[in-house]
Write a protein that binds this ligand. Structure first.
Ligand code: MSP
Length: 508
């Protein structure tokens, strides 16, 4: 295991407010970041916003404000939501920052000097209303949708990057690195796309048509167009923001819609042409759907995370998204499923176990954790102590099977709950002869809860803190190694329990 870990997410477009799909990806990155920190690694998490382009320019014009002001206002929505969800990136980037723009220009100049960028007339179909080139793929039943207005053949000279000369290299690289793209079936999709000849990539737009972009260093009448600017954020911010260069990324987290061609073709080739190292791995997640359709601003079916956070807490929202989606697949978000998970796993499951255990500790031992007497241990305790929940959790996390990692923790929670039923401390409390046995059961139970607080930390950080506070423990960053069973809490003074997940019947 390396000492350092560097993970990134896609940077979101600012032309709409953040929705559940954006939130999922940033929660996923935050969970993996916390997990790597818990392994003792120096983990660095980069996320941010993609702020240039036609749509931003148009949205700002529609509001009659300068594009930078529009971006500044939108950035607040994203950053506020990430804070509310306890998503803590080490660096929140915005592509309108000067240092990023400088790196983009430097890279463009280098590629131009190397002869990788050329100028040519480009003939295409141009939507006058949208002020952009369109392709026939965007026609519906042979007609241009209304939003495009008049579509005309236009000739426009532009700058192109020689993607095509790297096609064979990329194919070989993909074949030689079977774990590069996760899940692996996505790698096959890129290989299939590479069966067809690659065209070169148009990287510019004339300033007369698009002013909201980074000017090309070798022709100030043009700006870079979308991907060339956005992708470079991964390197530009790794370079100038940390004492040492963080590049290459260990993990690029992206949605399946931006794998081909952007991350699976353009990005490796841009890096190759620049002479930079390739990222170690791409983690490609699926989509959250709303009644079968991708949640997206353009479909108009977005789901705002805020009402869920307000009603059930950020941790419940984080838990649901991590538990309900098998990473790489799509999943459907419904209020019913959300409430169901909240009730069964959080309120009745984890919340109830912590509350009843601490209540018994206060009722029978004045809230002070009693010793575990070796002589009183039965197979029940021995089984639970040796339960390899930490190993299971870790092996699932390392495979990015977060839903299974949580499954392993919840199996342990259920077993601990059954343990309470099997040992029935309320019966032991009635018999003074059973005093050392009651000590042992309560000591064991509280230690199990401490273990659980460590295991849930990456996904439910606030709940983990609350449990630890109720146990009277310090709230310093947790190491996963602390999840192993120990006789650590004897004599600990605990607080009276408060409900972690109050019961909720419905969402509104
Ligand atoms: N700006 C580009 C990415 C540039 S990365 C150098 C972009 N932005 S986006 O706002 O459209 O999407 C940002 C991320 O959110 C993408 O990874 C995308 O897959 C993800 N999601 C957007 N909607 C989603 C769902 N409904 N479900 C899950 N994630 C989805 O693309």
């Amino acid at each position: 295991m390396s000492e350092r870990y560097f993970l990134t997410t896609a940077i979101d477009y600012v032309n709409g407010r953040p929705h559940l799909g954006h939130a999922y990806e940033k929660i996923l990155a935050d969970v993996l970041n916390r997990y790597h920190l818990s392994l003792g690694q120096d983990s660095f998490f980069l996320t941010g916003l993609d702020e240039h382009g036609q749509k931003v320019q148009q949205s700002a014009q529609a509001q009659n404000i300068p594009p930078q002001q529009f971006c500044d206002e939108m950035a607040v929505h994203f950053q506020t939501l990430w804070k509310r969800l306890h998503i803590h990136p080490n660096r929140f980037v915005r592509t309108t920052e000067n240092n990023h723009k400088e790196v983009v220009r430097k890279f463009l100049q280098k590629l131009h000097d190397q002869g990788e960028i050329y100028f040519k007339e480009h003939e295409g179909l141009y939507s006058v209303r949208q002020e952009q080139f369109v392709t026939e793929k965007e026609m519906v039943n042979g007609q241009w949708p209304e939003i495009f207005g008049e579509v005309v053949k236009t000739v426009e000279p532009n700058y192109f990057f020689k993607l095509s000369s790297y096609q064979d290299w990329l194919r070989t690289y993909l074949q030689e690195h079977p774990e590069w793209i996760m899940p692996s079936f996505r790698r096959n999709e890129i290989l299939a796309a590479l069966e067809r000849p690659l065209g070169d990539l148009c990287i510019s737009r004339p300033k007369s048509r698009l002013s909201w972009g980074i000017p090309l260093p070798f022709d100030e009448e043009y700006v870079t167009y979308v991907w060339f600017d956005a992708l470079i954020n991964y390197v530009s911010f790794a370079y100038y923001d940390t004492p040492e260069d963080r590049w290459p990324a260990d993990l690029h987290i992206i949605g399946k819609d931006i794998l081909i061609p952007a991350h699976g073709v353009y990005w490796p080739i841009i890096l190759r042409a620049l002479g930079l190292t390739q990222p170690r791995q791409f983690l490609v997640h699926g989509w959250w759907l709303n009644r079968g359709a991708k949640i997206s601003k353009s479909v108009g079916n977005t789901i705002d995370p805020i009402p869920y956070i307000e009603k059930c807490g950020a941790d419940a929202f984080r838990y649901f998204l991590m538990r309900e989606m098998a990473l790489g697949q799509d999943a459907d978000f419904t209020d019913d499923k959300f409430i169901q998970r909240y009730q069964s796993d959080l309120s009745k499951g984890l919340g109830n176990l912590v509350q009843r255990s601490l209540s018994m500790l206060h009722r029978y031992r004045q809230g002070i954790v009693p010793p575990i007497h070796e002589s009183c241990l039965t197979d029940l305790e021995k089984d639970l102590q040796t339960e390899n929940v930490t190993t299971n959790y870790q092996s699932f996390m390392d495979k990015f099977e977060i839903h299974h990692a949580l499954g392993a923790v919840w199996t342990y929670i259920q077993r601990t709950d059954q343990y309470v039923e099997q040992t029935a401390p309320w019966k032991l409390a009635k018999d003074p002869a059973q005093s050392t046995r009651l000590d042992t059961v309560l000591g064991h139970l509280i230690e199990s809860i401490r273990r659980i607080s460590v295991l849930i930390d990456a996904v439910l950080p606030q709940t983990s803190l609350q449990i630890r506070a109720q146990l009277g423990l310090a709230t310093e960053p947790l190491r996963l190694s602390a999840a192993s069973f120990g006789n650590t809490l004897t004599g600990q003074v605990t607080l009276a329990p408060t409900a972690l997940f109050p019961r909720i019947e419905e969402l509104d």
